[in-house]
Design a protein around this ligand. Structure first.
Ligand code: SF4
Length: 593
């Protein structure tokens, strides 16, 4: 098992997948490549084509989610309600669809949609049937890391056992948060009450069960607004048993209820909760909280390692990689890797270190209590740094509110083009920004948030970016759940604050900073604003090539003079004129506006 970190934009996916495929194929096993977003599948599909061009007949299977593959408006997979499910097996067998196009190299969404339309069969199901025939299977994390995951069930058929696949996890810094999300089911009092109105006719038997569930929530509710609670789970099991018996009475012997059926939805809510509270009170405590006028009963996953680790037993080998997996001990633990037996390797950037200037400006405070006194300073630093070198820049904030506040302080009447990200930014909006960066001229300023669609999984290579400003670390809010996580890791490793707040925020900051200098011709500046960036816990999440001994090396004596010096040094290669003199120092004493 290995954890690999390398900078963004180097072709990591191909570099990791290639040896994984060679190793797996020589052992007669397939590779399962998982990523958090479908948009990341392309690099893996492209590598499959490279094998095929070299006359290695690699069969690549791309699985899409059921929601995307489904031909109907609602997922109701019953013979009676979906023609694509009706006589599915007969249609598949009559037309040899399990083995059709066996020699084809790519079985993807379009291929299965075509089969589905031609033979009126479910495109999702026929895709799943190809799992055991593929050499490279490409899919979302949820196929493996979810309580409802069905990849392994399909693959590890006990009747016809197959060789274990090699698992390759891309953008692995996302894995632990996805697992936390997937394994933290909750029940809201408001949702329970809605079930009363969901039944079309008055449903006495079901209403009685809903009443019982609401009473159960009241019994469990603690005096405090948020608290961990203990239960032996008997009352929940009893509620589930009664719901199941009502379901059996209604549908016994006559198929299953649809996923939209209120009784089935009610059962699923409690079933998921019950599954998780039986795992471990330590890593998934049961909590009760009151928020926004509602009450929530939740199994909150705070340490996913014990959930993930056993999943790896199903694989021949596991490789997890990303541009941000530091500190390794944190990501190895959170990803379920055994620290003693797994390897961790960091690859540095192959591009000259002189091509980027990294600075920390500790005089700017961005923490919630003090930031409003610094909005003007931040705007002033951005303006004066940009005045030394025009071109496109990215500015990443920790929240939309922070972004808007600084945007209001930016100088008016300049010939800059400014685009600020909103929470509803669509794929088309992202494309407009790419066009602005690619085709525009002069200073273009993209104001965005860390952890958003403009700071991760997006490649601005070749767009001539001059710099990235990271305005403060995006430290998670101190919610009740976060505090539980902090306490848990404080007890486990004495590192609670770093595990719950510092490392997750630094992943976002380093990802944002990584948007620049993505090939050997690019040069640019990275400016991080906040004194926390030089603290030990924050600094140990930075890539090795950012500093030698201490992150304090990144604090400039004179900000503008050093930025100008950097541009002077690289000016010959940048092809842009460095504008005039640095306008007076922005040193420690001169940050006031
Ligand atoms: S059987 Fe397939 S097409 Fe029909 S509802 Fe289910 S997922 Fe959709």
């Amino acid at each position: 098992m290995s954890t690999l970190q390398a900078p963004t934009g180097l072709g990591k996916t191909a570099a990791v997948l290639f040896p994984a495929l060679v190793y797996a194929l020589s052992a007669g096993s397939p590779v399962l490549y998982v990523a958090p977003k479908n948009s990341q599948f392309k690099a893996a599909v492209d590598l499959g084509k490279v094998f095929q061009k070299s006359r290695i007949p690699l069969k690549v299977l791309v699985l899409t989610s059921k929601a995307k593959a489904c031909q109907k408006d609602e997922i109701l997979c019953q013979n009676s309600s979906c023609p694509f499910a009706t006589n599915y097996h007969d249609k598949v067998e009559e037309n040899d669809l399990r083995t059709r196009d066996e020699k084809r190299h790519l079985w993807d969404y379009r291929y299965f949609q075509k089969l589905s339309e031609q033979y009126e069969i479910c495109p999702y199901e026929i895709g799943m049937e190809r799992i055991r025939a593929a050499d490279l299977i490409i899919c979302d994390y949820n196929y493996v890391f979810s309580p409802h995951a069905n990849f392994l069930d399909r693959y590890l058929d006990p009747i016809v056992p197959m060789k274990k696949p090699v698992l390759v996890i891309d953008e692995a810094h996302n894995l632990y948060e996805r697992v936390i999300e997937n394994y933290s089911p909750e029940i809201r009092l408001s949702i329970l009450k809605e079930f009363f109105s969901k039944t079309l006719v008055k449903d006495e038997a079901f209403n009685k069960i809903i009443d019982q569930a609401i009473r159960l929530m009241k019994t469990l509710s603690p005096p405090a607004s948020s608290a961990k609670i203990k239960t032996d789970g008997e009352a929940i099991k009893e509620l589930l048993a009664q719901t199941l018996s009502l379901m059996t009475a209604r549908w016994g012997g006559d198929g299953l209820p649809g996923s939209e059926d209120p009784l089935f939805q009610f059962f699923t809510l409690w079933y998921d909760l019950n599954e998780m509270i039986n795992v471990s009170q330590e890593s998934i405590p049961l909590i009760y909280k009151r928020e926004n006028g509602d009450e929530v009963l939740k199994a909150q996953c705070i340490d996913p390692s014990a959930l993930i680790a056993p999943i790896y037993d199903n694989f021949l080998g596991v490789v997890a990689f990303s541009a941000t997996l530091k500190p390794f001990a944190f990501y190895q633990h959170m990803s379920g890797f055994d620290l003693q037996t797994s390897e961790a390797v960091e690859f540095g950037s192959p591009f000259p270190r002189e091509h980027k200037k990294i600075m920390v400006i500790p005089q700017v405070q961005t923490n919630y209590r003090e930031r409003d006194r610094h909005y003007q300073r931040i705007a002033m630093i951005i303006e004066r740094v940009i005045d030394l070198q025009s071109g496109p820049y990215l500015v990443f904030f920790s929240s939309y509110q922070f972004l808007r506040a600084v945007e209001a302080e930016l100088p008016k009447g300049r010939d800059w083009q400014i685009f600020s990200q909103s929470s509803s930014l669509s794929g088309a909006g992202v494309q407009r920004i790419m066009d602005l960066l690619e085709d525009g001229e002069g200073t273009r300023l993209i104001l965005a948030v860390q952890g958003g669609s403009l700071s991760e999984g997006i490649d601005f290579r070749g767009m001539g970016l001059r710099g990235v400003f990271v305005v403060g670390p995006a430290v998670p809010s101190a919610t009740f759940e976060r505090k539980l996580m902090q306490d848990h890791f404080e007890q486990l490793s004495g590192n609670g604050r770093a595990y719950a707040y510092v490392y997750p925020s630094m992943t976002k900051s380093v990802q944002a900073a990584g948007r620049i200098v993505r090939d050997e011709s690019e040069k640019g500046i990275i400016i991080l604003m906040d004194p926390r960036f030089v603290e030990k816990d924050y600094a140990e999440a930075m890539p090795d090539d950012w500093y030698e001994l201490s992150a304090k090396e990144l604090v400039p004596k004179q900000i503008l003079a050093e930025v100008k010096e950097f541009w002077d040094q690289v000016a010959g290669n940048v092809g842009h004129e460095v504008h005039g003199k640095a306008k007076g120092p922005i040193g420690e004493d001169s940050l006031s506006v």
